[in-house]
Design a protein around this ligand. Sequence first.
Ligand code: ADP
Ligand code: MG
Length: 509
Amino acid sequence: MPDEAPAVRLSGITKRFPGVVANRDINLTIERGEVHALCGENGAGKSTLMKILYGMQQPDEGSIEIDGAAVSLRSPADAIGLGIGMVHQHFKLADNLTVLENVILGAEPRRRGRIDFAAARARIAEMSARYGLHVEPDALVETLGVGERQRVEILKVLFRGARVLILDEPTAVLVPQEVDELFGNLRELRAEGLTVLFISHKLDEVLSVADAISVIRRGTTVATCLDPAEVTSRRLAELMVGSELPTPELRESTVTDEVQLEIEKLTVLTPSGRPVVEDVSLRIHRGEIVGLAGVEGNGQSELIETVMGLVSADAGFVRFGGEDITDWTTRRRREAGIAYIPEDRHRHGLVLEGSLWENRMLGHQTERPNVRGPWVDKRGAKRDTTRIVQEYDVRTPGIDVPASALSGGNQQKLIVGREMSGEPKLLIAAHPTRGIDVGAQAAIWEYLRQARAAGLAVLLISADLEELIGMSDTLHVILRGRLVAEVDPARVTPEELGSAMTGATEDTA
Ligand SMILES: Nc1ncnc2c1ncn2[C@@H]1O[C@H](COP(=O)(O)OP(=O)(O)O)[C@@H](O)[C@H]1O
Ligand SMILES: [Mg+2]
């Protein structure tokens, strides 16, 4: 029954390089018409396996079936002949040729011995319309952005008749909007019955686009054909790294009875007079982490921005250490000891082109060690940046490199280090571990625990419900600008918290 054979079946694939076994007895089945994600850490052997499927490398052991038939792939030409195409991690287009020339290069349609450009153009137009792969056929490739180049690569593969498309880390080079576009393209390809093998180590992406997920670790398959609806990104990460991940947890209470922050009957209105924060009252004691759970857009951003003085209150008070700070400027609040890990580290937390030490000064230009008397103290800022790099384990080649040279996790550790300096009394932490790797996440949880033990009051906002539950002493739910429930973090499950956030239950305490 040829119709029931999987598009691809790899069995017992082993590939050795001098000193390393890149693939060890890998088994993988890819059904036709699915987007199948292959995940694994860097160096796990993903690219090697895909190069074997594309005929670029030959396995030492194992067998390959395409559509149920055993095949031998001695070169990419063999693979292409069987309908397998690959878009590499590093694009391989000719810069000095046009889009059209690149797409047809080596596969030129001919008519009476001459290249039939009209036929090529018509086919490219048809394919690009069908799959939503927008390109300008006559543009020179050197003038194209990364997203466009990728579409040209995909068209090039489709032009050669690929039915199975391998994309090796296609999102590594894209900005979020381009990622969305690419995923739209992948869904179109799937709708047309094509099979996509999508390589990635970004778990949120994998969960959002894949129909099935396989994980390889140190060259071996550790999970195959997982259902994305039934697996969490945390579980995937554990499969990838091969150990249980550190969990967010607080251990013994350090909560004191000294109120550090008091918000009383706070209301914030939009310019049109609609309340985005309505009659909110809460207290945070020294040594306490208060979590705020809510679906994004329910007033939590406005609430913390009001505490930071970035948004002004229309009614109510904010008191800090007993003092009314409702009308204070942001700078004055920072100087008084309110630290802020902002929601979007690229928009508000860092200047990406700036060096690490310039970023150390950002938002703290008026404080020591960045100033000495009335003067900016660059040496002080640099010395303190070196301290942060060491204490917060920021992996960087130096403090003069731009912040953009750091991974997301290391950027975040730099922000945390900066905000924790000067011994703040209150920390507003908005999504402190969003989008960062598991190691950096565990480190940030540990810094929060240490700061809490030292008497810091923390207001925590996060979309990661396990983080909120694990890291909060007290947990409020915000819905349409109002605090609608207080739940017990020691008891509540993520599912219960999730329903409280959508208003599905009145009270889950
Ligand atoms: N051509 C090669 N020669 C020697 N070693 C290689 C070669 N290609 C990959 N490797 C090694 O094989 C392992 C798996 O690499 P790779 O398949 O690129 O992993 P991934 O794509 O999952 O990051 C790594 O240890 C890598 O250094
Ligand atoms: Mg790779």
